[in-house]
Design a protein around this ligand. Structure first.
Ligand SMILES: [Zn+2]
Length: 103
């Protein structure tokens, strides 16, 4: 898997630390606690590989990824009891598949 040298989710280290802290390594994703905590518990769940589109991974890999997004959401519900968790997947600033979870 080729790694984009400008992608924080692929390179991690200083690029990632500029906006978040890696707090968990799951089977196909990394959990990143967002520095900006205007809503307590904001995290990012980034897919393990530098993939842009969810249609570009196998059904099994996508099922596993969404299972992990759900596991993180369950943790947010337990920790923060939000009325709602919002989910966002944007690629304006790079194309690595990832979801923002905002309690
Ligand atoms: Zn990447």
């Amino acid at each position: 898997m080729k790694k984009d040298p400008n992608c924080a989710y692929s390179q991690k280290g200083n690029l990632l630390n500029a906006f978040g802290y890696e707090v968990g390594e799951l089977k196909v994703s990394t959990v990143i606690l967002f520095c900006e905590q205007s809503h307590r518990g904001i995290v990012i769940v980034a897919y393990k590989d530098h993939i842009s589109e969810m249609v570009d991974i196998s059904d099994a890999e996508r099922d596993l990824y969404f299972k992990e997004v759900n596991q993180v959401a369950e943790s947010l519900h337990k920790l923060y009891q939000p009325d709602k968790v919002n989910y966002g997947a944007y690629g304006d600033d790079g194309s690595h598949l990832h979801f923002h979870l905002v309690p």
